[in-house]
Design a protein around this ligand. Sequence first.
Ligand SMILES: [Mg+2]
Length: 119
Amino acid sequence: MKKTIMVVEDESDIRSSLKEILELEGYDVLTAENGLEALNVLKASAKPNLILLDMKMPVMNGWEFADQFRKTYNNSTPIVVVTAAADSEQRAKDIHATGWVSKPFELGVLLKKIKECEN
Ligand SMILES: [Mg+2]
């Protein structure tokens, strides 16, 4: 059965290329352009196997999304922070993420991290 990855990312170019790449890799992909949209998408979808989460987004950022997501659902869905920041490790720790990938990411690095973290 196909695994599902949710991409939460405000930059449309990154969001659409991640969707395309992950679909080519055989995943079903849900996308949202900010945390609030992601919570709304999740109300109508099966829970994803992993969430790729940008941190700096308008409307609802990654910190608030992670907090709301875990309050609403549970802690077992891995969240991988995808952030441009030099402090990506710290941002991942902020939200107790399963892992992190720094932008700009190499495709191979991202896919390896997903495989390590997915459940
Ligand atoms: Mg952003």
